[in-house]
Design a protein around this ligand. Sequence first.
Ligand code: UGA
Ligand code: MN
Length: 367
Amino acid sequence: MKSSMKMGVVALIGVCVVFYQYHLSNGVRFDQLADFNSPDPASAYGAANIPGSEMYDYNGLRRVSEEMIRAAVRNVQNSNGLSPELGNLLVQELMGQFNKLEGVRPEKPCPLPSKKTSTLDPLYIITPTYRRPEQIPELTRMAHTLMLVENVHWLVIEDANVPTEQVTKLLNRTGIKFQHLIAPMPDKYKNKKGAKPRGVSNRNRGLKWIRANATSGVFYFADDDNTYDIDLFNEIRQTQNVSMFPVGLCTKFGISSPVVKNGKFSGFYDGWIAGRKFPVDMAGFAVSVKFLLQRPNATMPYRAGFEEDGFLKSLAPFNPREIQLLADNCTRVLAWHTQTKRNEPSAPLDMKLYGDTNLVHLKQQIV
Ligand code: UGA
Ligand code: MN
């Protein structure tokens, strides 16, 4: 064997040992390396060097990928002249070894919340909602996310005069700790022309509930039309006072986020600044319960477009430089303003034709 080839093999054995230890510490299987979060193929070979190309499992752990092994072998190939055949053989061998480890550490990447009493402080998720055709599908989607999170307390607050029975039924099926409250939008805003302060009465009701019932933990305003990565909840649990993080599908910029320069907060990126001190999205911040309780006057104003800013300003004393940056210094998008398409209410059912059919039951479940 040529000496350069020997060096290549020695280097690869080193790589193998490092990957083996990494695998043991994270308990990752190859079949768990779902491509949900994988970088695009073009960047795959340089994955290890490109910021933000790391992959995460749902516990926030960086994962080893097949691409990383290929990239490592390719680097050694380039620097030591290993033949492509030998390179491919080594990739296969390394992957084979990893797959064998499956039996050694059979860990799930995303364990369901344990039924045991959690030692984590509660996460209060304040969700405004209102009766419309999309309400139940939106809440179903959200419930299925929250069911994967430990010790959440879901405050579902309807802009309605009476709680909707279908919502109560859904909440009961989830097994999540919840409060189903109502907080109708005051008539003077409801009858107003133009933009309405949507979800404000609901969120203020949520704050009132927290003031009366909570002593620790973190709360988060999570509208029912967003998509939440379950890793977001691991992140916001770390909130000391007020934390912030990016939200995708927001405004004409496609994203709303604090700007981070040299690891420090340096402003806001948002398609609609409008003189706001805190130009952020409702889904882009979380607050600790203790911090709220120390500010008895904090409230959300009925001012369309300025709800977030008004609320954050009401948390004074609090300034942008005190923001705790989450989601790896705001480099990951963990919340999306999905905005489901609006649907017209369904046409009435012809009872003469269908009064004795299943459609009567179905009709009760839709708007
Ligand atoms: C976002 C903010 O959540 C609003 O508070 C703000 O007024 C708005 O941006 C803005 O900046 O203009 P947006 O996405 O535009 O809201 O509105 P929706 O998603 O329709 O409503 C926000 C939340 O309030 C949702 O959870 C929705 O279910 C609820 N909502 C909406 C009500 O409870 N009542 C309504 O009449 C409308
Ligand atoms: Mn929305």
